[in-house]
Design a protein around this ligand. Structure first.
Ligand code: ATP
Length: 676
């Protein structure tokens, strides 16, 4: 086995090779620009080579590898018998035809690094993890996985050895390290239960019910990177989409995929995905109205609102054509409309079918008379029958359909929504689409109508974070975008805070169009220390969600509950105390308390940032805390957080599980009873 100096020399060799790869990629950019005549091909190739050169150059001083597996000699190691492999964020090689110096963490052979254990060594004799201080390799530790002496390599010096299968110092240090700035990748330390999800088959839709800090988000992002590696051609064509709960969260996770070399993944929120429909949100719904609009029954209602326009033809279609008059009688025309409806394609396609079937009927008559029906003639006939079709199957704009429905919900909602429900969503006065004050929920409805009118595009894979919070109508919008692909659903029923949050996964998955997806639970938390998990777990009993309690991987950390008569002053003191230690600080409070706390901190000369800002002290409204984490969290007045909304206790559960190392709970009013 190699000693530290040899390993450092190897790291130097890898860096050298990487530099040569960058130079080679840059040269290819130049050669590519000179060689390719066809502009489109040249552009595509140039884009690819340039981004490769940029990506490689961006590697800069980051460690070229993080781990190494050494196989034993013998049958259990199979084709890898006696081999050793270095693993890194990307593949590094110094000559074509020679084995790579470093293997991409996503390559099949890397799987053993993540999954081999004492119980199932998978042929691996020794797993080595490296410790880096910036660009310098400072140490490593070995785990001896294989028991049979014949499977252990000859020389195994106990360099920084950590015993069989124990959690080593480097691994623990990485998981417990203080957090600063945005989320980082976890390629060096993906745990076996996470790796199984990261590398699940592309065809498999999966649902991860994960307690706080179990790595759901990390798993989702690494799965995106893995799938793009394993199925690049297919997924580059159809795309991979990552959906998160809000923009602060997206900002927090935005750096992970680029550091894994994946820059082409679309990352957005459900709202922003729908705003793609080009209307802007100009108003907010009353909670009762939002509840009705997000209800799954709206799907049938909108279908009615749209198809309510289709009528039974009352007249024949007659088209004069030079000396002839072609004619489709009323009965035939009605049959065409009925057939198109029964075929249940999109509304727009149904209309096109009626037009083309009318034209085909005219064509049969004309050809029987020996007429030549060329393209020009067919287009002229299509124009001629359109007014008759407009009468029975009019062209529509989705926004107009929705505006008409919200101006008067009764005709479509009759028998599905109660009078009261119709009343809460109805506009006070009728409006046209152009002057409507659209709300966020309206965009979800609009998306539904647009899809009924004409099908949109479907992604190859969609990863949905915080999926417990989606309404049935939002799920449908996502289902449409993953109709021909697979999905990874990530969430925690206990963290559901929207009025329509899911109560169980089976139903949510059927709204998402993938009822067959397997639900897998993650319960080992890597963020929240045991003392903090213990207090958060007390809330679980009061949150209707049936989920297993979290077990913390971490024995460190600190929890302090302090009563104070002056929350603002107490908060300033707590932040001052936290600033003496390392890592990021998040002050989380009920939304309406944020302004006052900010003012108090500023008056004391402490700079603060919003949740998506880059600074040490972030002030975080409880409603935006989801998915985020801070080294030190100061949770202010739990009672106010719990009272602020219907699912306030779930919100409090989210707030209490954001801390990586230390949680200060400041309270003036009694703590909610559920906290014990
Ligand atoms: N295998 C791992 N190695 C190192 N760090 C890890 C590992 N798994 C998770 N983490 C870290 O634990 C923290 C929590 O991970 P993540 O945010 O993905 O969890 P989550 O399940 O989405 O949490 P929540 O539901 O509470 O938002 C992150 O800092 C992440 O980097």
């Amino acid at each position: 086995m190699r000693g530290l100096e040899e390993e450092q020399a190897y790291a130097g060799r890898c860096r050298e090779a990487l530099r040569a790869m960058v130079a080679g990629a840059r040269e290819n950019v130049v050669v590519g620009e000179l060689t390719w005549g066809d502009r489109y091909t040249a552009e595509r190739l140039g884009y690819y080579l340039k981004s490769l050169a940029r990506e490689l150059a961006d590697e800069g001083d980051s460690p070229p590898f993080f781990g190494r597996i050494e196989y034993g000699v013998g049958a259990s190691a199979g084709e890898h018998s006696g081999q050793a492999y270095y693993l890194g964020r990307r593949h590094i090689s110094d000559a074509i035809g020679r084995p790579p110096l470093v293997i991409d963490w996503r390559a099949p052979v890397s799987t053993a690094f993540y999954r081999a254990g004492v119980r199932d060594p998978q042929g691996v004799a020794v797993r080595r993890r490296y410790g880096w201080s910036n660009a310098t390799l400072t140490g490593f530790e070995d785990e001896q996985l294989s028991r049979q002496s014949s499977d252990v390599p000859a020389e195994v010096p106990g360099v920084a050895g950590v015993g069989r299968g124990a959690v080593g110092g480097i691994l623990r240090a990485e998981i417990e390290r203080p957090r600063v700035g945005p989320m980082r990748d976890i390629v060096a330390t993906i745990q076996p239960e996470q790796d199984e999800l990261v590398r699940a088959e592309l065809e498999a839709s999966i649902c991860v019910q994960g307690a706080p800090g179990t790595g759901k988000t990390a798993v989702g992002l690494h799965r995106a990177a893995y799938l793009l590696y394993a199925h690049r051609a297919r997924l580059q064509r159809n795309g991979v989409l990552v959906l998160g709960p809000n923009r602060a969260f997206l900002h927090y996770i935005s750096a992970v995929l680029p550091t894994l070399g994946e820059v082409d993944v679309e990352q957005t929120t459900v709202d922003d995905l729908l705003i793609g429909e080009k209307l802007t949100v100009r108003a907010a719904d009353e909670p009762a109205a939002a509840l009705v609009k997000h209800d799954g029954r709206m799907a049938e209602i909108l279908q009615r609102a749209l198809y309510g326009r289709v009528r039974v033809p009352r007249e024949a279609v007659v088209v004069p054509d030079s000396s002839y008059r072609w004619r489709v009688n009323q009965y035939e025309f009605a049959q065409m409309v009925e057939d198109a409806r029964e075929e249940a394609t999109a509304y727009g396609i149904g209309r096109e079918r009626v037009i083309s079937r009318l034209v085909a009927a005219l064509q049969r008559q004309a050809e029987a008379r020996g007429q030549n029906c060329n393209g020009v003639w067919l287009r002229r006939m299509a124009r001629a029958v359109t007014p008759a079709v407009d009468e029975v199957w009019p062209a529509v704009k989705p926004a107009e359909v929705l505006a008409e429905f919200l101006s008067d919900p009764a005709p479509a909602a009759e028998g599905i929504l109660s009078q009261q429900e119709q009343l809460v969503i109805a506009w006070k006065r009728p409006r046209k689409a152009g002057s409507a004050l659209w709300t966020a929920a309206d965009l979800v409805l609009l998306d539904e109508v647009s899809a009924l009118v004409g099908r949109g595009e479907s992604y190859g894979h969609v990863i949905i974070d915080e999926a417990q919070d989606l309404s049935p109508m939002q799920c449908r919008a996502i289902a449409r975008r993953s109709e021909h692909g697979s999905i990874t659903v990530l969430g925690d029923l206990a963290q559901g805070t929207t009025p329509w949050a899911a109560g169980d996964w089976a139903q949510q998955l059927s709204h998402l169009g993938k009822p067959e997806a397997e639900v897998i639970a993650l319960t080992t938390g890597y963020r929240v220390p045991a003392a903090v998990v213990a207090i958060a777990n007390r809330l679980l009993a009061g949150l209707q969600a049936k989920v297993p309690a979290t077990r913390s991987f971490r024995t460190d950390g600190r929890l302090a509950l302090s009563h104070t008569d002056d929350l603002a002053a107490g908060c300033v003191d707590a932040v001052r105390g936290a600033l003496k230690e390392e890592g990021s600080i998040g002050v989380i409070a009920a939304d309406e308390a944020i302004a006052e706390l900010t003012a108090a901190l500023h008056a004391d000369g402490i700079e603060t940032v919003a949740p998506d800002g880059d600074g040490r002290v972030a002030l975080v409204p409880a409603s935006l805390a989801k998915g985020l984490e801070y080294d030190h969290v100061i949770a202010v007045e739990p009672a106010a957080i719990a009272e602020a909304e219907t699912r306030g206790l779930n919100r409090l559960y989210v707030v209490l599980t954001r801390a990586v190392s230390r949680l200060d709970v400041l309270y003036h009013r009694p703590l909610p009873a559920e906290l014990g």
